[in-house]
Design a protein around this ligand. Structure first.
Ligand code: 13P
Ligand code: SF4
Length: 328
């Protein structure tokens, strides 16, 4: 998948005096390409993208675009989801090393074995998984629609949920279901420090703590609002609060500040204050230079095995159909 050739193109030197915004815009128009960016990308990438969204929105836009090329400024599984939905289009990710620790915590052969050991269970997989995991899944979910999709199955339906134990626990707790959970997690969301959030709460008594459901349960429990990146953003727009402690990857604060310039956003601190652990090192591998190179050379490209693609498209389409019915 990761070839020397594509790595070479990723890091090709870019002339210092090049106006990157102009050059990217020119290439996107010439090549009929669409740039989709996740909220965890750097501000400059979010600002140049055609659409910025959460993982559900990225899949929805990929499914309906008429562009010939999709540039997915996000991580590998997001590019893979777009490629599964659009096998005949060219799907590019600026840096092919942009992986995901959560997807990595669920190797497909082990997950397939787990599924085999629990016959009769409906398999729900978070979108943060490889194509091979999606291929043994009944319905894919994102944090925007997980609750509603789980609740669309009759109570008592035996279910497996993978790979995020925190999101799975959270969905079990709010739905009263008892899904069997895969023991995976995201290294960024597991890092947030409860103690530091509580001490920030003392410093900013009127601030709301808003949290992504990939965080650990004690952080979720002290939160005023829990939701996907898109849900957190929407909440900050409509809430009367003027200050927010944001317990998710700090990239999302870029759009929060743009939408509500009069409000204050405080990134929740990680346990280790010497690192920038509230930034996803994978997401941040993409840069404007790599975005330019990827449009210029049409590399690195995402490929998905044909057999896997045919199986993996079914649970993704199911998610999109249910989400459309629910107006998500
Ligand atoms: P969202 O679906 O909320 O955008 O989350 C994606 C993700 O990777 C969270 O870590
Ligand atoms: Fe994956 Fe975590 Fe990064 Fe999201 S923040 S892409 S779950 S490693």
């Amino acid at each position: 998948m990761l070839t020397n050739q594509s790595i070479g193109y990723m890091d090709a030197p870019v002339p210092k005096d090049l106006d990157l915004k102009e050059a990217i815009d020119k290439l996107r128009k010439e090549k009929n390409a669409i740039i989709l960016a996740h909220y965890y990308q750097t501000g400059d990438i979010q600002d140049i993208a055609d659409y910025v969204g959460d993982s559900l929105a990225l899949a929805q836009w990929a499914a309906k675009t008429k562009a010939d090329i999709i540039v997915l400024c996000g991580v590998h599984f997001m590019g893979e989801t777009a490629k599964i939905l659009c096998p005949d289009k060219k799907v590019l990710v600026p840096d092919l090393n942009a992986g995901c620790s959560l997807a990595d915590s669920c190797p497909a052969p082990e997950f397939a074995e787990f599924v085999k050991q629990h016959p009769g269970h409906t398999v729900i997989s978070y979108v943060n998984t490889t194509a091979a995991v999606k291929a043994v899944t009944d319905v894919v979910v994102t944090s925007t629609n997980a609750r509603q999709i789980v609740e669309s199955f009759p109570e008592g339906t035996p279910m497996i949920f993978g790979p995020d134990r925190n999101l799975g626990n959270y969905i079990n707790s709010i739905t009263g279901r008892n899904m069997l959970l895969w023991d995976g997690a995201c290294h960024v969301h597991e890092q947030f420090s409860l103690e530091k959030i509580l001490s920030l709460k003392k410093q900013y008594p009127n601030a709301e703590v808003i949290t992504h459901p990939e965080c650990k349960q004690p952080v979720i429990q002290v939160s005023d609002f829990v939701g996907s990146t898109a849900a957190l953003l929407k909440h900050t727009i409509k809430s009367d609060a003027k200050q927010f402690i944001v317990a998710t990857e700090s990239g999302v604060i870029h759009e929060m500040r743009k939408q509500s310039p009069d409000k204050e956003f405080i990134p929740a601190p990680p346990n280790d204050s010497t690192c920038a652990c509230n930034e996803c090192n994978f997401m941040r591998l993409n840069t404007m230079e790599k975005l330019y190179n990827c449009l210029k050379f049409e590399m690195p490209e995402i490929f998905v095995d044909e057999e896997v693609q045919k199986k993996a498209i079914k649970p993704i389409k199911k998610m999109l159909e249910i989400s459309e019915k629910l107006g998500l």
